[in-house]
Design a protein around this ligand. Structure first.
Ligand code: SF4
Ligand code: SF4
Length: 309
C-alpha cells in the first residue's frame, strides 16, 4: 500500500463511474510508449477494460510523442478529454507544460522530469552562449496550477544509477505511488517490457523513483512548492567544449550526422558516429538532444587544451 494520500486504488477504479486516465508525454527516444504499455498491462491484470491511443511517429528526439491510457470497468473513447487526466507523466519539461490543461483541476497529479530537450527549430542562433527558444516556465511557476505535482531531475538521477536511459522507469516509480497497484506487480510487469540485459538497472530505477516520491510525500511537501527538484536549466556552452561519444550506444541511425549544422559528424565503417573536426564543433548540443540513444554528450571543459585536438 502506498503512503501518498491521493493514491488511486484499483478496487476503487473498478467501481468508479468513469475511467482512470493517465497521459504520458515526451519526445522521441525517451520511452513514453514503454511507460504506457506497463500501465496497460497492469490494468489488464486487474481485469479492467483498457483503451490506449498514441502518437509515436517521430522516432527521434525533438518530435512529440504522447500516449493516452484509460482503464476502468468500461471505457468508451480512446482519448482523454481536456481537464480529465488523473495523472500526467511528462518525460520532458516543455511537453509537460504543453499538456498541463489536460490535468484534472480537482484531483489530478503532474509528474515531470525537469529535463529540457530543445528541438532543432529552437536552436536558431548557433553562437556560444546563445539564447534558445524554449519556455522560461520554471518548476515554481507550476505551483498552484495542479492539485498534486512532482518535478524531479529523473535523467540526472538515472545517470547516477549508471544509465540515463532509465529515466522513464524512474518516473514510473513515482507513478507507482500514485496508482496503487501492488509494488511486486509493477516490478514483474516492468521486467516483461525492458531488454533482458537492463532488468536490474530498471528495477533499481523504479525503486529510486518510488523512494523519492514516498519521501517527498512523507515529508508533507506536496504539492510541489518545496519539492527538492533541481530547477530546469539549459546549459548552453559559453567556452571550450568536448563532445563525448558513447560508441556502444550508437546504433548508426545517422540523425546527428544529418542535423549537425557544422557538418562535423560522420558514421565510420562500423556505422558508429565520430567527430571529424573537433575545432568546428560549436557545442550547440543539437546532436545530443536529437540522439534517441543518449550516445552523445557535450561537456564544458575548462580550457581548449581539454578539448580533443
Ligand atoms: S550518435 Fe548514433 S544513435 Fe545517436 S543520433 Fe548519432 S548515429 Fe544515431
Ligand atoms: S557535433 Fe553536435 S554539438 Fe558539435 S556542432 Fe555538431 S551538432 Fe553541434
Amino acid at each position: 500500500m502506498n503512503e501518498a494520500a491521493h493514491a488511486i486504488d484499483p478496487a476503487a477504479v473498478a467501481a468508479a463511474p468513469r475511467p482512470t486516465n493517465v497521459l504520458v508525454v515526451g519526445v522521441g527516444g525517451q520511452g513514453v510508449i514503454m511507460v504506457s504499455k506497463v500501465l496497460a498491462r497492469l490494468a489488464q491484470r486487474h481485469d479492467l477494460e483498457i483503451k490506449q491511443s498514441e502518437v509515436h511517429g517521430m522516432a527521434k528526439r525533438g518530435g512529440s510523442v504522447f500516449s493516452h491510457v484509460r482503464f476502468g470497468p468500461q471505457v468508451w473513447a480512446p482519448t482523454i478529454p481536456v481537464g480529465e487526466a488523473d495523472v500526467l507523466v511528462a518525460l520532458e519539461w516543455a511537453e509537460g507544460l504543453r499538456w498541463l490543461p489536460y490535468v484534472d483541476p480537482e484531483r489530478g497529479t503532474f509528474i515531470a522530469d525537469t529535463k529540457r530537450i530543445v528541438p532543432p527549430f529552437g536552436c536558431t542562433d548557433r553562437r556560444r552562449g546563445a539564447t534558445l527558444a524554449y519556455p522560461g516556465t520554471a518548476v515554481a511557476d507550476v505551483v498552484g496550477l495542479v492539485p498534486h505535482a512532482y518535478a524531479l531531475d529523473a535523467e540526472g538521477m538515472a545517470s547516477e544509477l549508471g544509465n540515463p536511459r532509465v529515466a522513464n522507469t524512474l518516473l514510473l516509480g513515482v507513478l507507482s505511488t500514485v496508482l496503487d497497484f501492488g509494488v511486486g506487480e509493477w516490478r514483474e510487469v516492468l521486467a516483461e517490457f525492458v531488454p533482458a540485459g537492463t532488468v536490474e538497472t530498471n528495477l533499481a530505477a523504479i525503486e529510486t523513483g518510488r523512494a523519492w516520491a514516498l519521501d517527498v510525500a512523507a515529508r508533507g511537501v506536496l504539492p510541489l512548492a518545496a519539492a527538492p527538484a533541481r530547477a530546469p536549466a539549459v546549459d548552453v556552452p559559453t567556452g571550450a567544449v568536448r563532445l563525448d561519444i558513447e560508441a556502444a550506444w550508437c546504433k548508426g541511425c545517422d540523425i546527428c550526422v544529418k542535423f549537425c549544422p557544422e557538418l562535423c559528424l560522420r558514421l565510420n565503417a562500423e556505422r558508429v558516429v565520430e567527430l571529424t573536426d573537433p575545432a568546428a564543433c560549436t557545442g550547440c548540443r543539437i546532436c545530443e538532444w536529437l540522439c534517441p540513444d543518449l550516445a552523445l554528450a557535450v561537456r564544458n571543459v575548462a580550457s581548449p587544451a581539454e578539448a580533443p585536438a
